[in-house]
Each structure stands twice: as C-alpha cells, then as structure tokens.
Design a protein around this ligand. Structure first.
Ligand code: PHE
Length: 350
C-alpha cells in the first residue's frame, strides 16, 4: 500500500456515502436496516475502517477528512432514521390490513349469564322468610341413617321409610339425605334450649325413576320454628304470608290432613291454581288446587331428639320444593329441564 493521501480518504468517504445510500434503499425491513447500520456505521463498519487511516495523514490534513467523515456519518444516520420510520409505518400498515378489522362494523354483543331459575326461586324464598325473622341454616347433604330417619321418628323397619328411598354409600349408615328434615335436628341441637326459627335450603336425593315429575336430585327448603306457645295458627299465618308474597296477594289456601312421622298433626298445603284461579285446568289436573308443601307441628319425640322438653316447647316445621314453585311460576312442564344443562332452557326461563 502506497502512501495514503487526503484525496484518497475523501474519495473513499464519498464512495462510502453513495454505496451506503444505495444499499439503504434496498433495506426493506427493520432487521435489514440493522444489518446495514453495522455494515456501514457500526464499530467494525466501513466508516470506522476508513477513519482508522486518519493517523497516517500529516497533521494539517486530518481536520478536513474528519469534518467530511462527520458529515457523511450524520447524513447516513439521518437517512437511516427516515428509512426506519418509513419501514415501521409500512410494517404497521401491513399488520393492520392482515388483521382486516373493519372498525365500522357494529360490535359483537357479549352474552350475559343469568341466574338459574332454581337460584332465582331460592333467593325469593330467602327474602320472604328472612323478613319474617327466619335465619338460614346449612346442614349436610351426606347424612347418617340416624339423622335422615331415626331421629325423625322413623326407626329401622318403619314403613314410612319407603317414601324416602335413597342412595346408600359403602360406609354403613352413611347416605344421601332424602329430605332437608334431618336439618331440623341439627338446627334444634344448635339452638336448644333457646328458641329457634330457621329455614334450611339445599339439595336432596331420591332413589327414584326419573320422570317429567320427579328427579333423583332436587332442592328443598325446610323451615322450623320452636319456642314456647307456638301453635298451628302460627304455622298457618307464616305459610299464608309466604304464599301471598310468592304467588300474589289473595291466594286461597287449603290445609289438607296428611301424615309425616316427624309432625303431628301433619298437613299438605295447596294454593288455588295459579293458572286457572281454581276453575280447573291441565296444570292442576282439573282439581283447581296445587300442592306446594308438607308441614305440621313438630312431633314431641322429634322435639325431644332436638333437645327440647315437649311439655314446655312446641314448634312447627314445613318443607317445600323450589323447583315445583319455579315449574308453576314459569309454566315448565318437565322437571328434567332444570339440571340437564341445556342453555336454551336456561336462556328462556327466568
Ligand atoms: N320432609 C318432608 C318431605 O320430604 C316434607 C316435610 C317437612 C313435611 C317438614 C313436614 C314437615 O316430603
């Protein structure tokens, strides 16, 4: 290599500028502009390479080369900046058109979930009874034979057990409760000897043929009030108030004598048909009446099992099925819809 002179370096710089500018127009992506930058302006790039020779120039020739080098550098940096902005813009445009969003289209509506008809009905029942001073008491779905039957005055072999056949487990005596009535015992034992006034909602299970009218799992809401001087009139008053709030004022009610081992006397309670008002229709099977619950005065033996002295204390209890209430209210003709998880049903009802 001969002596390097100022002219050579200036020429090299000019050449670098031209080549770099030409190359930059070919760089079509952010990635490519980065490569371009390290090739021409990077620490090991060509501009640095040229300037490495600056030292071999006589002192007075250096400033001019340095000045030109700086100009070239600034110029190329500005060009790079411009190019990068243009590329970023183009990339954004490309991404946008690939996504193909038409911002003028109307939005897609979000479908909102809603409460299950059983939940809605349960909440209505809670509101009515809590306003009458009842508290909500939870009791287990898995019960013992003792609580589901014996303490409710149904010793082993009692014929009434046939009405409440259930699912048994491998553990002796452990079963799925057939009604919320064992909760009566739990509640009484929790409160005795203080008075108690609670409702007990929850799932119950029956070993039964599943039909339009009966499921193997459904809900019940039990109620129990025990204290001094509680009479059948209190039961009638509470239930009449409930029916009027649940089904509308002016309901006709009918208390029919019935039998449950854990209440004495026992009744089944009907309201005049919500559909035909008592004239007779398919819903009420042309009787004009709809059965809504079972009830009665707590049997003295059951009071005793709950920790109360039946001479001093008395009480009433009732049990109702919220699905039945929802069936009547929404005009549903098959109880199996409730738990088959068909959203079309859930969307339509409630
Ligand atoms: N447990 C009864 C049933 O499942 C209903 C009931 C509850 C009756 C409380 C009287 C008192 O049929």
């Amino acid at each position: 290599m001969g002596n390097i002179v100022q002219q050579d370096l200036l020429q090299q710089l000019e050449q670098l500028r031209q080549e770099a500018e030409a190359a930059l127009t070919q760089a079509n992506s952010t990635e490519a502009t980065r490569t371009w930058h390290s090739e021409y302006l990077g620490r090991k790039g060509r501009l640095t390479g040229i300037l490495r020779n600056l030292g071999s120039l006589p002192g007075e020739e250096r400033p001019l080369v340095g000045k030109v080098a700086n100009e070239v550098k600034t110029e190329l940096e500005n060009a790079l900046q411009e190019r990068q902005t243009a590329i970023a813009q183009a990339e954004l445009e490309a991404a946008r058109s690939a996504e193909n969003i038409d911002v003028t289209l109307p939005g897609r509506p979000q479908t909102l979930g809603k409460l299950h008809p059983t939940t809605v009905t349960l909440r209505e029942i809670y509101a009515i009874f809590t306003a009458m001073g009842f508290q909500i008491f939870n009791s287990p779905e898995v019960e013992t034979d003792e609580y589901n039957f014996q303490l409710l005055n149904m010793p082993p072999g009692h014929p009434a057990r046939d009405m409440w056949d259930t699912f048994y487990t491998d553990s002796p005596d452990l079963l799925l409760r057939t009604h919320t009535s064992p909760g009566q015992i739990h509640a009484m034992l929790a409160y005795a000897p203080e008075p108690v006034r609670v409702i007990l909602p929850g799932k119950v299970y029956r070993y039964e043929q599943v039909t339009a009218r009966s499921e193997s799992m459904f809900y019940q809401v039990e109620g129990i009030a025990v204290g001094r001087n509680i009479t059948f009139s209190d039961l009638k008053g509470v239930l009449t108030n409930f029916a009027n709030q649940m089904y509308g004022e002016g309901r006709q009610m009918r208390f029919r004598k019935s039998y449950f081992p854990f209440t004495e006397p026992s009744v089944e309670v009907d309201i005049d048909c919500v559909l035909c008002g008592g004239k007779g229709c398919p819903i009420c099977k042309y009787t004009g009446w709809l059965e809504i619950l079972g009830a009665g005065m707590v049997h003295p033996v059951v009071l005793l099992h709950g920790g109360y002295d039946p001479v001093e204390f008395s009480g009433f209890a009732f049990g109702m099925g919220p699905e039945r209430i929802a069936l009547l209210k929404y005009g549903i003709d098959d109880i199996r819809y409730f738990y088959s998880n068909d959203v079309r049903f859930l969307e339509r009802v409630g």
